[in-house]
Ligand binder design. Structure first.
Ligand SMILES: Cc1cc2nc3c(=O)[nH]c(=O)nc-3n(C[C@H](O)[C@H](O)[C@H](O)COP(=O)(O)OP(=O)(O)OC[C@H]3O[C@@H](n4cnc5c(N)ncnc54)[C@H](O)[C@@H]3O)c2cc1C
Length: 388
């Protein structure tokens, strides 16, 4: 039988465990996020600490990592979790991504045994929130130009000074992974946010990701012990490895936002009547719905394919760029088209489409803009570097 919500039968690709993860996350999002998210969005604040603890209790933070209290899930299961959370709101998915794929992943992949033991169990449980400071006011797409710097003191300790911008979870974080220039090149630092000289003022007046905390990180001669540096990360390879992991989650997540908008538009088109019949009965509306369904399910199929490659250890960064570029670009297009089908109701917070469309404006920009991923693919296709 043809299922309008799964026209390609992609459910067949999932194992029973995959379905269990998907259903758990979908139920949580339905119970804990959907009833409140429009209000959080309107107020520009969400109970991030509470949500983090709930996500931690479900094993959704650092889900794909092993040991230290992490769930050790597959890449496909992590992707399904991102999709279900982002089907509710991209801001809440950002909390999951930054915690698990950026802050925890950085410590898990590049940290010392002591750093892992100290931070990861509390982060997996959602008791400690992490943030990831790479972007600066004058260096976004080009983080290699960063100005934040760390100097070694006489006793081997470090003094960290600089500013980071647009940092998700910044003011609610107990620990920040901060990337800084040093005499040895770019290094990562694990910074307790109660360190003297560290502050994280929130960024206000956002019209996107309003249910997510975004902050500046200000570091004014923050003194850190010698062992605050991530021993295994040298150069930009460190932060870029973390970004690759987070981008992978976004490949799935964006399709969650798109799915909600598609389903809302489909439902609306079946019931709203103009000129004496449902909007869905007009050929022009059907063309929109058909195109939306094609891009939505192609995107999910692509995410699944990349997930299997990640689980097999064969996923390349260029393939993650392929997925992020396509899926976020198509997701935002689906949300914008859904908005047109809803007419004036499309701009109201009573419906989720405008919230998702404006959220995706951030998702389109963070974790590498469209142009950065085009340049990554362009370089891989031609062998020519066009970044500068
Ligand atoms: C809500 C939100 C949350 C975020 N969370 C985090 C976080 O937790 N941690 C973090 O470190 N950062 C975070 N970011 C920052 C994000 O990663 C950056 O905004 C992003 O990398 C782009 O940098 P920029 O905004 O400085 O834009 P710029 O780099 O100034 O780019 C502006 C435009 O110019 C284009 N451009 C730049 N260079 C080229 C080129 N060579 N060729 C063609 N076009 C080019 C870009 O594609 C873009 O369209 C967040 C951003 C937002 C909006």
């Amino acid at each position: 039988m043809f299922d309008p919500l799964d026209p390609l039968g992609l459910d067949d690709l999932l194992t029973d465990e995959d379905r269990a993860v998907r259903d758990t996350m979908r139920r949580w999002a339905a119970d804990r996020v959907l009833p409140h998210v429009a209000e959080w969005y309107e107020r520009g604040e969400a109970p991030v600490r509470e949500l983090a603890r709930e996500l931690g209790a479900m094993g959704a933070l650092g889900m794909q990592l092993t040991g230290y209290g992490c769930a050790g899930a597959t890449a496909v299961q992590y992707g399904l979790a991102c999709l279900e959370v982002e089907a509710a709101d991209s801001g809440i998915r950002s909390l999951v991504s930054v915690q698990g794929s950026l802050a925890m992943y950085a410590i898990h992949r590049f940290g010392s045994e002591e750093q892992k033991q100290r931070w990861l169990p509390g982060m997996a449980a959602g008791e400690t929130i992490g943030c990831f400071g790479l972007t600066e006011p004058d260096h976004g797409s080009d983080p290699g130009g960063m100005r934040t710097y760390a100097k070694r003191g006489a006793g081997g300790d470090w003094v960290l000074t600089g500013r980071k911008m647009w940092i998700t979870n910044g003011s609610v974080a107990g620990v920040a992974v901060v990337w800084a220039r040093t005499d040895e090149g770019i290094r990562g630092f694990v910074v307790p946010t109660d360190s003297p000289g560290f502050s994280a003022p929130d960024i206000h007046h956002k019209w996107s990701l309003r249910a997510s905390v975004t902050s500046e990180l200000v570091m004014d001669e923050v003194r850190l012990p010698a062992d605050a540096v991530l021993p295994e990360a040298t150069g930009l390879r460190g932060p870029l490895g973390c970004l690759n992991h987070a981008r992978y989650g976004i490949v799935w997540g964006a399709m969650g936002a798109a799915r909600t908008c598609f389903e809302t538009a489909l439902d609306y088109a079946r019931t709203r009547e103009q000129f004496g019949r449902p909007l869905g009965g007009f050929q022009l509306t059907q063309a929109k719905l058909a195109d939306m369904a094609v891009e939505l399910h192609k995107g999910v199929l692509l995410a699944h394919h990349l997930g299997r490659r990640m689980d097999a250890g064969t996923l390349r960064p260029e393939q993650v760029s392929f997925g992020k570029l396509n899926n976020v670009r198509e997701a935002i297009e689906i949300c914008r088209t859904a908005r047109t089908i809803l007419g004036a109701n499309g701009i109201s917070l009573e419906y989720p489409v405008m919230r998702h469309a404006t959220n995706l404006e951030s998702v389109l920009t963070y974790e590498g803009t469209v142009e950065m991923h085009q340049l990554v693919l362009g370089k891989a296709l031609t062998g020519l570097d066009a970044f500068r």
